[in-house]
Design a protein around this ligand. Structure first.
Ligand SMILES: [Zn+2]
Length: 283
């Protein structure tokens, strides 16, 4: 499943192609992939999906993207488990055309063809949410997310952890605590902050929360630089897979020696998710 770094990398690679472009037509191949609103008709669906709007912003919160036009119409995109958002320049063909559920045809304001954006999702855990404005997106969808992992303040993280007695690893996976941290980066951040993933979240001190927030920001920023982890189904807007997986210190390394102290890394399950940590570095 793509996590924040993959989505942010995707946002950065898509933005130069999308921002400034006008949506000439939109094709929705599967109506049920539009999750909100539910009252769209054949007539209104094009407008709901930004037809005739000029794209001004490609925003992100946690693992969700939003395309916003000059009249403030907003489409939120969640890639779910297997979703992809692919840009093709004019004349270029999609690597795969099966499971493409929506296609935006783009033009310059003067009417020159600028290619297409395609939303593809074989397993359909992702989807599209259409709003009248960015404020409506925030009110109905993004307000329930915690601070974005890329710039999560230590104080906010500590306050959110203090409200729960779950294991700190489980709390980190909760998008209302911090948005965009999934299983990979939770393990990596806890390793870097030298915190045991089984500790009760409300027992994390202010100093430890500061260390953890710093580690989350650092790990995510580094993973974005590397283009995200290489994950099944994940490719960026240009069809390239990321390389951050080569740098994992904890995630996926149970039974292997700790890269810091050579102790054998321990694998357990927390909140039904595989969790890897070092009993010596993360006591
Ligand atoms: Zn160690």
């Amino acid at each position: 499943m793509p996590e924040l770094p993959e989505i942010e990398h995707l946002r950065r690679t898509l933005a130069p192609h999308l921002v400034g472009a006008v949506v000439r037509t939109v094709t929705l191949h599967r109506r049920d992939i539009l999750r909100h609103p539910h009252d769209v008709t054949t007539r209104s669906v094009g407008r709901r999906l930004l037809r005739d709007g000029r794209i001004t912003t490609l925003a992100r919160r946690g693992k969700q993207l939003a395309i916003i036009t000059d009249d403030d119409r907003t489409v939120c995109i969640h890639l779910g488990m297997s979703g992809q958002l692919c840009y093709q320049s004019p004349g270029q063909r999609l690597p795969r055309t099966d499971h493409v559920h929506a296609t935006w045809h783009l033009e310059s304001p003067s009417g020159r063809a600028l290619g297409r954006l395609a939303f593809r999702d074989p397993r359909r855990f992702g989807g599209l949410w259409a709003f009248d404005s960015r404020a409506e997106l925030h009110a109905l969808r993004w307000a329930r997310l915690g601070p974005d992992g890329l710039d999560v303040p230590a104080r906010d993280l500590q306050a959110a952890l203090a409200r729960t007695t779950r294991a700190v690893k489980a709390a980190l996976l909760d998008q209302a605590v911090v948005a965009g941290v999934g299983n990979i980066y939770a393990d990596e951040a806890l390793f870097r902050a030298r915190l045991n993933p089984t500790r009760s979240a409300d027992a994390i001190t202010a100093r430890e929360a500061t260390r953890l927030a710093t580690a989350i920001r650092y790990i995510l920023a580094n993973a974005i630089e590397a283009g995200g982890s290489t994950l099944r189904d994940y490719v960026d807007a240009n069809g390239d897979a990321g390389s951050f997986a080569d740098r994992h210190l904890a995630y996926g390394r149970a039974g292997q020696p700790c890269r810091r102290c050579r102790e054998t890394l321990t694998g357990i399950r927390i909140a039904q998710r595989a969790t890897v940590f070092c009993t010596r570095c993360q006591p």
